[in-house]
Design a protein around this ligand. Structure first.
Ligand SMILES: NC(=O)c1ccc[n+]([C@@H]2O[C@H](COP(=O)([O-])OP(=O)(O)OC[C@H]3O[C@@H](n4cnc5c(N)ncnc54)[C@H](O)[C@@H]3O)[C@@H](O)[C@H]2O)c1
Length: 302
């Protein structure tokens, strides 16, 4: 039963407030918990500003109820989704607490970016109702949600969660094995590893890497996935290309030393004004606005 479900969102940060917004707009009653007062106090204003900016029904914010107590947020919930910091011990501790405060049939989900769901949920008494739902930022503009089952997750929990997200206008996909990074971040970071290696090995600079992607296959990616593309050009051509290219590209199992050095030098990207490239405050604002504009346009065309 997914109509008018009671949803609890744990964490009112970047992802949590956006996930709460999507479920409230879909007609569900949403409670949201965060121990940081400033985060909780501003959550409705942030959601309202997003709804107005997107031209969505602003009254949806009335279905969002901030809670100062975790128990109040989850005790009546049909579905709990956690979006706190990407910290395994924190998530494990939180789910242990949540499990004591929810009904026996409440479904429990984590929005971790890359941590295997079985690691987060291994300490629970009932692991059959626990799964992963990996959203993308911003949750109200990027359609995909990866729904990840563990070896313990019941088919009912998966089906219910997929139906819930579909009805809320998202595009859920079922990830059948609980691997680090799931599907999206494995693909994304395979590309980032090679992007960094190209700079590290002096093949081109960082700006060139981004230009090459944005002005070539990046243009097609929203409508042509890599496996559709492989079929389009032919699996025989794909095989010939892989025989030459795969031995040449980066296959190191750990992070690049170039990336390690950027971080140890304090070149943290937007946060410090320089990462792979230098970023003035105006550059940062312009890039953020460009991405948002692009995603809004894509949503309008969906
Ligand atoms: N930012 C992204 O693009 C993105 C995309 C997909 C998934 N994720 C994942 O979503 C999760 C949240 O990321 P974010 O970007 O929203 O982080 P964020 O830092 O914006 O928000 C995290 C929130 O969790 C709150 N919090 C801390 N401890 C808590 C606790 N004990 N109980 C409840 N709330 C607590 C913080 O106060 C903060 O408001 C992470 O696991 C992250 O990896 C992030």
């Amino acid at each position: 039963m997914t109509a008018n479900a009671r949803i609890a969102v744990i964490g009112a940060g970047l992802m949590g407030h956006g996930i709460a917004q999507v479920f409230a707009l879909a007609g569900h009653e949403v409670t949201i918990y965060d121990p940081v007062m400033a985060s909780l106090a501003s959550v409705k204003a942030r959601i309202l500003a997003n709804l107005k900016d997107l031209g969505d029904d602003p009254s949806a914010v009335e279905r969002v109820q901030p809670c100062h107590d975790l128990g109040d947020a989850v005790s009546e919930a049909d579905y709990v989704v956690e979006a706190v910091l990407e910290d395994l011990p924190l998530k494990q501790k939180l789910f242990a607490e949540i499990e004591q405060k929810v009904r026996p049939d409440t479904i429990l989900a984590s929005n971790t970016s890359v941590i295997p769901i079985s690691k987060i949920m291994e300490g629970l008494k009932d692991r059959s109702r626990a799964l992963g739902t990996h959203w993308w930022n911003p949750p109200f503009l990027v359609p995909l949600v990866e729904v990840i089952g563990t070896q313990w997750t019941s088919p009912h929990a998966i089906e219910w969660t997929i139906a819930l997200h579909k009805a809320a206008g998202k595009m859920p996909v079922h990830v059948k094995k609980d691997v680090a990074g799931f599907v999206g971040n494995r693909l994304q970071h395979a590309l980032w590893r090679e992007a960094i290696a190209l700079v590290e090995h002096g093949i081109c600079d960082a700006e060139t890497v981004d230009t090459v992607i944005k002005a070539s296959f990046g243009r097609r990616l929203a409508v042509l996935g890599p496996l559709e593309n492989a079929d389009l050009v032919g699996t025989d051509l794909t095989l010939a290309i892989h025989r030459t290219v795969l031995p040449a590209i980066e296959s190191r199992p750990g992070p690049s030393p170039y990336l390690e050095k950027l971080v140890s030098d304090g070149r943290l990207g937007f946060k410090s004004g320089e990462g792979f490239r230098a970023w003035s405050t105006a550059d940062q604002a312009a890039l953020r606005a460009k991405v948002l504009q692009h995603l809004k346009k894509a949503r309008a065309q969906d």
